[in-house]
Design a protein around this ligand. Structure first.
Ligand code: PEP
Length: 267
């Protein structure tokens, strides 16, 4: 019963790809080819293309969410090159927080990610919080500990009820699977979804975290998505490379739609 209440979500992370001139057409193409009942679609273009993508989608009257790929942890100030949550008003309704590429390249810590989460929620943005272990951590069996620590470090200072009300989504993204063409197995991803919900339960989330969608991310393609959507604990995907290809997105969302229908989310 609780499972049927969770959204099935496919979110596209375009990373640092597409110019504003290209982004509108790509968004239109993806939106028109992924109209599937029961699947929440989100496109996260670079900041500079948020407005163009918004205009393209509104012309199409497409029910597709628009997300930013990051947000700053302060409201405003002397932070050259940064974008605050308030600046995203009218441009985005979702935001990716704590992506491993930002943890790696911008040195984002769990504490900082927690502050970003707070800004996002205050601004009414729906957060997709990314967690996941490195290859060497998985090789020695430390994935549960690492993901648990990431969740506690970023969520621990927040009111769980408020995060649930904000529509928090967790994306399990093993770092070794991102952009490598190597995916986790469905079984391993499901095991990590269980770890995530156990951690949420320990943090005091209502219903033991069972109401929060958990996505898998890491080299998802139309060929690979089925393995993850077959797992009852996985509620969709955060897609990087394949999200730049309308054919791939059509296949991914179509497969997610089968799961949504089977779970009764379309009713
Ligand atoms: C991502 O950017 O979150 C991601 C999972 O990338 P990719 O699908 O390319 O591995």
């Amino acid at each position: 019963m609780i499972r049927a209440m969770r959204d099935v979500i496919v979110a596209a992370n375009w990373k640092m790809h597409t110019t504003p001139a290209e982004a509108g057409e790509l968004a239109r193409s993806i939106a028109s080819r992924t109209r599937v009942a029961g699947v929440t679609r989100v496109i996260c273009p670079p900041f500079v293309s948020l407005a163009t993508v918004g205009e393209a989608l509104s012309e199409l009257d497409a029910d597709v969410g628009i997300g930013a790929q990051n947000v700053h942890h302060e409201l405003q100030g002397a932070f050259t090159g940064e974008v605050s949550a308030g600046m995203l008003a009218g441009l985005a309704s979702w935001v990716i927080i704590g992506h491993s590429e930002r943890r790696r390249d911008a040195g984002e810590t769990d504490e900082l990610i927690g502050r970003k989460l707070g800004r996002a929620v205050d601004a009414g943005l729906r957060p997709i919080l990314c967690v996941g272990e490195q290859l060497d951590e998985r090789e020695v069996g430390r994935q549960d500990e690492v993901v648990g620590r990431q969740l506690r470090g970023s969520l621990g200072d927040h009111d769980p009820e408020r995060l649930v009300a904000a529509g928090l989504v967790i994306a399990y993204e093993p770092v070794w699977a991102i952009g490598t063409g190597r995916t986790a197995s469905g079984t391993d991803a499901a095991a990590m979804a269980t770890v995530i919900r156990q951690t949420l339960a320990a943090l005091g989330f209502p219903a033991g975290g069972e109401t929060l969608p958990v996505l898998y991310g890491g080299s998802v393609t139309s060929a690979a998505i089925g393995e993850f959507m077959a797992e009852p604990s996985i509620d969709g995907a955060l897609v990087g490379g394949a999200s730049l290809k309308p054919d791939e997105m059509a296949g991914i969302v179509a497969r997610a739609g089968l799961t949504a229908a089977a779970r009764g989310s379309t009713e």
